[in-house]
Design a protein around this ligand. Structure first.
Ligand code: HEM
Ligand code: HEM
Length: 230
């Protein structure tokens, strides 16, 4: 049986694999169908694709965007609050603890308001606030960002993917309005799909690299540069 800290660490990968990755599959499937149907209709070719696929893509897309932001919040929660507990922050620097909790509330509230906003101004505002909240949390002590190897970083790629999801939510009505926006949307989210695939790779790598809690005192004595333990 795993210890509680190890189980808490597993929550994020568990949600990623069982909820977010399947949603990505469904969103991409409907995206391809939406485009195929639109092209068939435009060229007056017969198609068996039902007209609802566009609507279904958007419905799943809205769930996906929220799920990705929630997944990032979950991935960050474990290292942030573990570090706050370990460094005795509540006694020594309570502002840091209060700030982290406040940023969680602020970011979730901004996301909820982003879903509800309809005018361009408010969509822009709440999208910016949601993104800002994620970055402020991401920069908290304890988060492993792999800055020395940022091009293989689970943190940076995950954050960029979340920004793209927030952007898709914020520009939802525009996507219907012009060919230009539709192309921007398709191009940006193709990048998002590549980022999601890389999250699968880097996430699994990180799970393999992180020791179980009871092994930490031994593993962290090793020489990571020369890959030796004595
Ligand atoms: C994995 C992520 C996503 C991918 C790969 C993707 C891709 C696409 C593609 C290829 C199209 C069709 C473009 C065309 O007709 O040529 C489309 C349409 C659209 N997408 Fe996405 N998208 C994604 C996520 C989202 C999200 C998160 C939202 C918003 C919440 C969204 C909203 C829309 C809307 C409103 C349309 C227009 C639907 C229509 O024409 O009926 N998408 N998307
Ligand atoms: C949509 C996909 C995903 C996104 C956006 C995402 C995002 C993040 C973010 C922002 C963090 C916090 C920074 C860090 O510690 O690197 C994180 C942590 C982590 N992620 Fe992911 N992730 C995704 C999928 C996955 C998958 C598929 C796995 C493994 C199967 C995984 C495993 C991990 C692990 C092990 C951590 C460290 C957690 C900890 O220290 O407690 N992630 N993820």
């Amino acid at each position: 049986m795993l210890d509680t800290p190890d189980l808490l660490r597993m929550l994020h990968p568990f949600m990623a694999v069982t909820v977010v990755m399947p949603l990505i599959g469904v969103a991409v499937y409907f995206a391809a169908q939406t485009r195929q149907r639109r092209l068939a209709v435009a060229s007056k070719t017969k198609t068996t694709i039902a007209p609802v696929v566009g609507r279904e893509h958007v419905r799943v897309g809205q769930w996906l965007a929220g799920a990705v932001v929630a997944l990032v919040l979950l991935g960050l929660a474990h290292p942030i609050f573990k570090t706050i507990g370990r460094e005795n922050v509540w006694a020594e620097d309570p502002f840091r603890g209060v700030f982290a909790v406040a940023m969680y509330v602020f970011t979730i509230a901004s996301l909820v308001l982003l879903y509800r906003a309809s005018s361009q101004l408010w969509r822009g505002t709440f999208a910016t606030l949601t993104g800002m909240g994620l970055w402020l949390l991401g920069m908290q002590p304890g988060v492993f960002r792999r800055g020395y190897e940022w091009h293989l970083s689970h943190f940076y790629f995950g954050m960029v993917a979340a920004m793209l999801m927030i952007f898709a939510l914020a520009t939802l009505p525009e996507i219907y309005k012009s060919k230009r926006w539709r192309l921007i949307h398709a191009a940006l989210n193709t990048v998002a799909v590549l980022l999601f695939i890389s999250q699968g790779v880097t996430g699994v790598r990180d799970l393999l690299e992180i020791p179980l809690q009871w092994q930490e005192p031994f593993i962290y004595q090793c020489d990571f540069a020369n890959k030796t333990c004595s």
